[in-house]
Design a protein around this ligand. Structure first.
Ligand SMILES: Cc1cc2nc3c(=O)[nH]c(=O)nc-3n(C[C@H](O)[C@H](O)[C@H](O)COP(=O)(O)O)c2cc1C
Length: 304
């Protein structure tokens, strides 16, 4: 049986499928290649990298219960230059469409990381604006329109399409997204983790070494859907990538109907490393069952 057409367009970037991996949940390179053909996915978004190697947070870094996971990995990674020389070739060899991701502790560090990404051969760069802003101790970049605008502008040094990854932990998401688009972002990636915490009651302390962390997994799907829906309503045809709690084909279809042009699969991959392929297969099944010839037809369908 042929079809449906899975081609997804995220601005000027054409992807062979709307299903991608989410940053930080599929490693730095081709770690998932033992579980499926990376070239069948829309893309692999690698873990966020700084311009320098970074150790991350103290252990324990993850805790999970029920339908969610809590993490405070703290953006551990080898840095952009070491990633380019150690991990990137393996992804290319697998035929993966590679999307980079960067972070920094201040605006200058975003510029450094973006510059280090220039010429890497990535199709787009996620700007992880949802990380702590050391110059403003009370906040993360993506909780402020001005700070988000500054990190997006600094990331233009990469000279590739910029997908800005925003935080759901703000009542001002639409205004912050508008500032990011104004500063040069070509797509919105919605959303990063939800701020949270868990308590180890036997030891009477926080479960994670960092204290608090970020909540992900099926429990946050409604939060991500609402963020996508509101930004689609606010920004018309601006490209949106939905991420948060997607673990089935039905979840991906819901995200597309809310207004996403593509979706990323994150925490589901920890439960089953084949999750991105299973989500894609489930999505195809739904499209066939409903005689949808092209996945692009259902983007934004929930807006009537
Ligand atoms: C262990 C872990 C590490 C993550 N690392 C990153 C990261 O490096 N950069 C980033 O932008 N998001 C990171 N995220 C957030 C995910 O990409 C995603 O936005 C979030 O988990 C919600 O999607 P999910 O519910 O499908 O996991 C991480 C999430 C987890 C669970």
């Amino acid at each position: 049986m042929t079809g449906p057409d899975l081609t997804a367009r995220v601005g000027t970037v054409t992807l062979r499928s709307p299903v991608l991996t989410a940053a930080g949940t599929s490693g730095h390179g081709d770690e998932l290649s033992g579980y499926g053909d990376l070239s069948e996915l829309g893309g692999v978004v690698v873990k966020s990298l700084a311009a320098f190697a970074w150790e991350g947070n103290p252990a324990p870094r993850v805790a999970s219960s029920g339908d969610h996971m809590l993490n405070a990995v703290g953006l551990a990674g080898p840095g952009v230059a070491a990633w380019r020389s150690t991990y990137l070739a393996a992804l290319e060899k697998r035929g993966a469409t590679v999307i980079g991701s960067i972070w920094g502790r201040n605006v200058a560090e975003f510029a450094d990381a973006a510059l280090a990404m220039r010429g890497a051969g990535i199709v787009a760069l996620e700007v992880n604006a949802s990380c702590p802003n050391l110059e403003d101790r009370s906040s993360i970049f993506a909780h402020s329109a001005a700070a988000t605008s500054a990190v997006v502008a600094a990331s233009r040094a990469a000279e590739v399409p910029l997908w800005v990854k925003l935080s759901p932990n703000t009542p001002d998401l639409v205004a912050i997204a508008a500032a990011a688009l104004e500063a040069g972002a070509t797509a919105l990636v919605l959303v990063n983790t939800v701020l949270g915490m868990s308590i180890d009651i036997e030891h009477r302390r926080a479960s994670l070494g960092n204290g608090g962390g970020g909540v992900s997994g099926p429990g946050i799907l409604p939060i991500a859907l609402r963020a996508v829906y509101e930004c689609r309503a606010a920004f018309g045809s601006t490209p949106i990538i939905g991420v948060g709690g997607v673990s089935s084909g039905a979840d991906a279809i819901a995200m597309l109907m809310a207004g996403a042009n593509a979706v990323e699969v994150g925490t589901a991959t920890f439960a089953n490393p084949r999750a991105p392929w299973l989500v894609q297969a489930g999505m195809v099944k739904w499209l066939r069952r409903h005689d949808v010839a092209s996945v692009s037809e259902i983007v934004g369908a929930a807006h009537g």
